[in-house]
Ligand binder design. Structure first.
Ligand code: ADP
Length: 264
């Protein structure tokens, strides 16, 4: 019948569309993989000469080629700090391309949260000591051992705590770990009494290169990549990062992740 014929035509058209979409999806995936590979190669190629530049700059700063005038010293210090900023950007782009290309696999193990937080505190101790902030750790009752990727959990907490220290001028920074039995989830919350974040920026700052202030005259260093890396790492752990903040009052960034991570 006529109806059947029409249905047949429509079905054939749909199948054709489907095939077209499938091919487009493959092309997009290939383009995205090529982009990641290009960025990874480029970052890698940038690192070697940059490390040489930084090495020679530091030799000059240490006076190996003779005494420096104050203005020579100032200019070399600028080369050094700009070079280090560039190195940070490159390393973070490498992290992102590794994650996107699936080249940062999960390494699961059993570990305890208190020791991990101690390590994070120890690594940031020089900054904490300079900050004059009251920095403390709080452990919830009955924190179980977790089965997850220790290095990734640590990287997220390091990043959130570094930010809290950077954007807080007075008051306190607290890291609180808790277990939520109802969902078998752990939370590690980093609370600061710092500058806070306007609601209009609260989602944006999790995107690549997004900073509340990215003007050349901005008061804070950084690359705008830290939180986007945190978000990707949290996703790999099967978790997420949430934010509560009020401008002028402070912020709480919380990493939520399952007690037992599952292989992707
Ligand atoms: P970076 O710190 O290198 O700029 P991030 O991705 O870690 O990059 O953070 C992005 C932006 O989010 C920061 O530039 C800052 O504007 C805002 N931000 C992050 N953490 C805090 C915090 N604890 N308090 C206030 N603002 C923050």
């Amino acid at each position: 019948s006529q109806l059947e014929a029409r249905v047949q035509v429509a079905t054939a058209e749909l199948a054709e569309q489907n095939e077209k979409l499938r091919r487009q999806a493959i092309q997009l995936e290939q383009a995205s993989a090529a982009k990641s590979q290009f960025l990874a190669n480029m970052s890698h190629e940038f690192r070697t000469p940059l490390n040489a530049i930084l090495g020679y700059t530091n030799m000059l700063l240490q006076g190996v080629s003779g005494e420096l005038t104050p203005s020579q010293k100032r200019n070399l210090t600028r080369i050094d700090s700009n070079g280090r900023h560039l190195l940070e950007v490159i390393n973070e782009i490498l992290d992102i391309t590794r994650i996107e290309a699936g080249r940062m696999p999960l390494h699961l193990s059993d570990f305890a949260i208190p020791e991990l937080l101690q390590e994070v505190m120890a690594e940031l101790d020089p900054i904490i000591a300079r900050s004059k902030l009251a920095v403390s750790t709080e452990l919830g009752a009955r924190l179980p051992a977790v089965h997850s990727d220790r290095q990734k959990v640590k990287q997220v907490v390091l990043n959130l705590l570094s930010n809290a220290l950077k954007f807080t001028h007075e008051g306190s920074v607290t890291v609180r770990a808790e277990y939520v039995p109802a969902t078998s989830t752990l939370t590690i919350a980093v609370t600061d009494t710092g500058i806070g974040i306007d609601p209009a920026h609260q989602e944006k700052i999790f995107e690549d290169f997004q900073q509340v202030d990215s003007s050349p005259t901005r008061a804070y260093g950084g690359t705008g990549l830290g939180l986007s890396i945190c978000r990707r790492l949290a996703t790999m752990l099967g978790g997420r990062v949430t934010l509560q903040s009020a401008p002028g009052q402070g912020s709480t960034f919380t990493l939520h992740f399952p007690r037992r991570a599952r292989r992707a």
